[in-house]
Design a protein around this ligand. Sequence first.
Ligand code: GTP
Ligand code: MG
Length: 305
Amino acid sequence: MNNADVCILIPTLNEAATIGELIKDFKKEGFSNIFVIDGNSRDGTARIAEAEGAKVVLQTGRGKGQAMIQAFELIESPYVIMVDGDGTYLAREAPSLLEPILEGRADHVIGNRLEKYSPGAFTKLNLVGNRLINILFDIAYSVQLRDILSGYRAFTLESIRELELNKTGFEIETEVSVECVLKKQRVEEVPITYLPRSKQGATKLNPVKDGIKIGSTIYRLAKVHNPMFYFGIIGFVFILAGMLTGTYVVVEWFSDITHVLLSVLTTLFIIFGLQMFIFGMLSDLIVTLHRQTVSLIQEKNRQNK
Ligand SMILES: Nc1nc2c(ncn2[C@@H]2O[C@H](COP(=O)(O)OP(=O)(O)OP(=O)(O)O)[C@@H](O)[C@H]2O)c(=O)[nH]1
Ligand SMILES: [Mg+2]
């Protein structure tokens, strides 16, 4: 493998403070095939990147996800390293991300930030949010990944093109991780350094708003993979509501007060909740049978090759 076969893909939105240095660092490591997909930055990011010798393309839509999806269509190199442009990742760690792919062990490598991050790299809220999101992901997909939201990854062009990606914002990393699981790609994690964002460049991420969007993406995408989880949560919420109203009705009944309407509501809550569990079980059965059929077809296709 030649380093020219590796495309360093950097999405940027107003990262003038760090983009020049980042490109220089990758060049020092011997990577000169650098592709910046810029979100029409107003601080001269594109100009700086071009002056440093990167290929710069302006994204046609909005959001990090749209930029990534556009870039995946334009890249021609067989290997891709994706890295944020805010100077929080180290170029010299790129070879360790590539290693599992070049050795044929993995299709997709995630740089795990959560093992050796610098003080101040994560705010408390971001750290808690990250952990919660990874736990939710593990429960929904039964895959132990530590850092699905990492912005430093390596993959083959072939494997990324296989994924069905639609998310335009910061949910893109979640969607990539989910799709890797659904497409049965071999995903590996490698510990990396994570540095604090430079003071000059503002974050584009809103931890609460984007955190909720990311959480709901994991949940909604789980419908086809783990329907018991998807419907089970709805069922649980309704049964819990039914238990609360039911307890209130019974307690009041002991004091000779009867709540007819609330009793009806309680029954509806519990029946609806139980129905959700049954939906979950049936969907689970369908998904399992479907999976068996698909793997049988795949096996037959392999035998025919
Ligand atoms: N092209 C493009 N890039 C974007 C857009 N939004 C963010 N980015 C880039 O995506 C990368 C990640 O964004 P950040 O704001 O650093 O998000 P984060 O790393 O999750 O959050 P912080 O911890 O605050 O840095 C950076 O290089 C941004 O410049 C966008 O709309 N378009
Ligand atoms: Mg960042």
